[in-house]
Write a protein that binds this ligand. Structure first.
Ligand SMILES: Cc1cc2nc3c(=O)[nH]c(=O)nc-3n(C[C@H](O)[C@H](O)[C@H](O)COP(=O)(O)O)c2cc1C
Length: 181
């Protein structure tokens, strides 16, 4: 299965969590890793190129730091620009049908805060729903998402993040059915 990981971090070089999660991919050539903010510093997304890359890959992982209960804005623009009528949905728009999408996000808040009645009131599943619906509206398969919590300073250590990175790489490579069960 051809997999592409698109990272949407405004400053990946200064990142801790997202950068450590990428460490297992240093020697892997079977997964395409992209840094969206680096590729499009002017935010001028090459839609034809994105369409071609999406056509080439069966699984697309969208990795980002959780910002204001959502993704950083360039990833939203990526959806707006790339998921076009006649290509992603609508008449003739079948290119994303059955393509697998996985969200992977790093979160400062603790997991227990993201529940009904918790400090952040809503679950991650609820907060990620607009992206889920965007994908399913276009016929894509929304795989269970990956989230790691407590990623800021007083939270998980580099060592824990390195262990998580191994687990994350296994999840990214796992077939869809066991992931969903
Ligand atoms: C603009 C901004 C908004 C953020 N919003 C949230 C948020 O809504 N919930 C949360 O738990 N953490 C939030 N955070 C914390 C980030 O999720 C966290 O710093 C990031 O995942 C760490 O990843 P990195 O080390 O790769 O940068 C926010 C951080 C920034 C800079």
């Amino acid at each position: 299965m051809k997999t592409m990981i698109i990272i949407a971090h405004p400053d990946l070089e200064s990142s801790r969590a997202n950068r450590i999660l990428m460490q297992p991919y240093k020697d892997k050539e079977d997964v395409v890793i992209r840094d969206l903010y680096k590729e499009y510093p002017d935010w001028n997304i090459d839609v034809q190129r994105e369409h071609a890359l999406l056509d080439e890959h069966e699984r697309v992982v969208l990795q980002f730091p959780f910002y204001w209960y959502s993704s950083p804005p360039l990833l939203k623009k990526w959806f707006d620009d790339v998921f076009t009528y006649g290509w992603a949905f609508g008449s003739g728009g079948h290119h994303l049908r059955d393509k697998e999408f996985m969200l992977a996000t790093t979160v400062a808040g603790s997991e227990h805060e993201y529940r009904a009645g918790g400090g952040n009131l809503y679950t991650m599943s609820e907060l990620l729903r607009p992206i889920q619906r965007t994908i399913t509206r276009c016929g894509g398969t929304f795989l269970p998402f990956y989230a790691i919590h407590d990623v800021d300073k007083a939270g998980v250590s580099d060592e824990v993040l390195q262990q998580e990175a191994v687990r994350y790489a296994e999840i990214v490579a796992a077939p869809a059915i066991p992931l969903a069960h």
